[in-house]
Design a protein around this ligand. Structure first.
Ligand code: C2E
Ligand code: MG
Ligand code: MG
Ligand code: MG
Length: 285
């Protein structure tokens, strides 16, 4: 009896797996076409100074709306492009679009762009990125690259070289989703970063969970001691912002300050505040 049930389960699982693979292949084909047709888009979310609410820069976030598949999350299609070997093509399109948009912002605003873990295993990544910036005409000093702990640890030596090459050209490196990876703080010492982004998982609990509050405090203190900049991700309320400010966290990002918006809306936002004040200061909240 149990044998039969077992076999039945295997059939169900393999059917599910087959369906998943079929869907993945469907997404892959649609995404490859979208890249060719320039249909993958990039949106921008402000990163602000928590003391005075001025915008310091924007994080580029990939957006893709397929005619048949509808909205597909980057959390789905970025890993898929990595697995199926075309993350370079996807990333190139995204960085080109993001850099072109950043060209029309005031020059004191930075562009933050996510690198996938596969890109940190590819020795040609640094030169690829720098040549895209060269073609577009964006100063490398205006670019920040967001990488995750897990990504730097899985291919440490190559990642190290890529990071060094990029930093030498003036690109800054942020450690994204900090606190959720599997690295030890000791190993992190081997790498040179400019900024740490505290993961939303901790930030969203600072007003309700004492452990999260202490973890965020400790990260802010550590960054202060190591001369690293620090950004809190996923701020959704004024109470969270106030608490982070009190902890000495200098920068923040989240729906409370602004949701990701397309290039035109982002330019409007930047342009309006620039005209009003003569600086990029803008009161977002
Ligand atoms: P991430 O780099 O950690 O980006 C932050 C994510 O949190 C974004 O989700 C953003 O929309 C979301 N977020 C920002 N503020 C809030 C908030 O206040 N509340 C909540 N609930 N969410 C907030 P998104 O755009 O869905 O991106 C998911 C992930 O996909 C990113 O996480 C990043 O790992 C990856 N990704 C996005 N765009 C790109 C890209 O161009 N290249 C690569 N390699 N990865 C990308
Ligand atoms: Mg990011
Ligand atoms: Mg993040
Ligand atoms: Mg994340």
């Amino acid at each position: 009896r149990s044998k039969r049930r077992g076999r039945g389960q295997i059939t169900v699982y393999s059917r599910e797996i087959a369906q998943e693979m079929k869907r993945a292949t469907q997404i892959e084909q649609a995404l490859r076409n979208a890249i060719i047709n320039d249909a993958v888009d990039v949106h921008f979310q402000p990163i602000v100074n928590l003391e005075n609410n001025t915008v310091l820069g924007f994080e580029a976030l990939a957006r893709w709306n397929d005619a048949d598949l509808g909205f597909v999350s980057p959390a789905v299609f970025v890993p898929l492009a990595e697995e199926r070997g075309f993350i370079d093509a996807l990333s190139e399109t995204l960085l080109r679009k993001a850099a072109e948009a950043a060209l029309s912002w005031p020059r004191d605003l930075f562009l933050s762009f996510n690198l996938s873990s596969a890109q940190l295993m590819d020795p040609s990544t640094a030169i690829n990125i720098l040549s895209i910036l060269g073609r577009v005409g964006l100063d490398p000093h205006r670019l920040e690259l967001e990488i995750t702990e897990t990504a730097v640890m899985t291919s440490a030596e190559t990642a190290h070289k890529i990071i060094a090459e990029l930093r030498q050209a003036g690109v800054r490196i942020s450690l994204d989703d900090f606190g959720t990876g599997q690295s030890s703080l000791g190993r992190l010492r081997d790498f040179t970063f400019d900024k740490v982004k505290i993961d939303r998982a901790f930030v969203s609990r600072i007003t309700t969970d004492r452990a999260s509050e202490h973890i965020v405090k400790a990260i802010v203190a550590m960054c202060d001691g190591l001369d690293l900049e620090v950004v809190a991700e996923g701020i959704e309320s004024g109470i969270e912002a106030k608490k982070l400010r009190a902890m000495g966290c200098a920068m923040g990002q989240g729906y409370f300050y602004g949701r990701p918006a397309d290039a035109a809306a982002t330019l409007d936002c930047v342009h309006n505040s620039y005209q009003n004040t003569g600086t990029t200061e803008t009161a977002l909240a």
